[in-house]
Design a protein around this ligand. Sequence first.
Ligand code: IPD
Ligand code: CA
Ligand code: CA
Length: 274
Amino acid sequence: MTSHELDLPSLRLLTERFARIAGAVVLSHYERPHTETEKSSIRDVVTEGDQASEEILLSEFRKHTPNFGVQSEEKGGFDVEGGRYVWVIDPIDGTTNFSNNLPYFSISIALADAATNRPLVGAVYNPVYNEMFSAALGHGATMNGRPIQVSSARSLDRAVLASGFSYNRDTHEIRNMKQWTAMLAECRDLRRFGSAALDLCSVACGRLEGYWEGSMNAWDVMAGLLVVTEAGGTVTDYVGAVSDALYNGVEVVASNGPLHDNIVAVLVRTGARA
Ligand code: IPD
Ligand code: CA
Ligand code: CA
């Protein structure tokens, strides 16, 4: 079966619906006392909100798309034997923000082709702002139903970029500090918002000119990467290639296009990949 045999516009609407359902569940836990469980370190936690969101999404998937597999952050998900399509989900992207009642977090859902590890449909929803970003391969990107496109900026010194720092900084060197410092000297300003999926969507709708981050996972980026490319932006790994490292979240650069080579050049110059 090829991806063209799927009705991507309908699947996109379904994906948006799933994201809204999970968003309502997450909002019901927002600005209330949270229960936190540590994962890889004291910085890396899961809350009752992440678990409730994942629970409802898994039950919706079982009901509506029992032939699709699932890859999910907290439970790992399930494989369907012979299943070619897989939901790749982050029940809350931006858990640290959610846990501190900062309103910048999202539910990120992508449908990927398991054979190619590439997204076909994606939705990223910020339930506090009620902003729904979505895209389907070949069908463009929207925010709350309106088409979006990337910024037209052409010089890095006018660009605002975002990045982030992974949780493994207790056991690994903080790799992004050198890149952060070098990029700060080249662009108008930098931001660290705390939700990779929303950062990618901000590039897609022109709020940011670019974004880079490494050491993440597929669920952080699979939906947002599609939103960027469908909005006319460019996505690559740290050396400017479209690789599995990109779609697995190991190295991600997203931009409006014209600034892409400049951003990659800074990452290469500072040895981001070393
Ligand atoms: C994190 C966020 C954050 C990024 C981290 C991710 P989580 O996801 O996307 O912005 O810097 O690398 O792990 O843990 O909140 O789902
Ligand atoms: Ca995440
Ligand atoms: Ca998460």
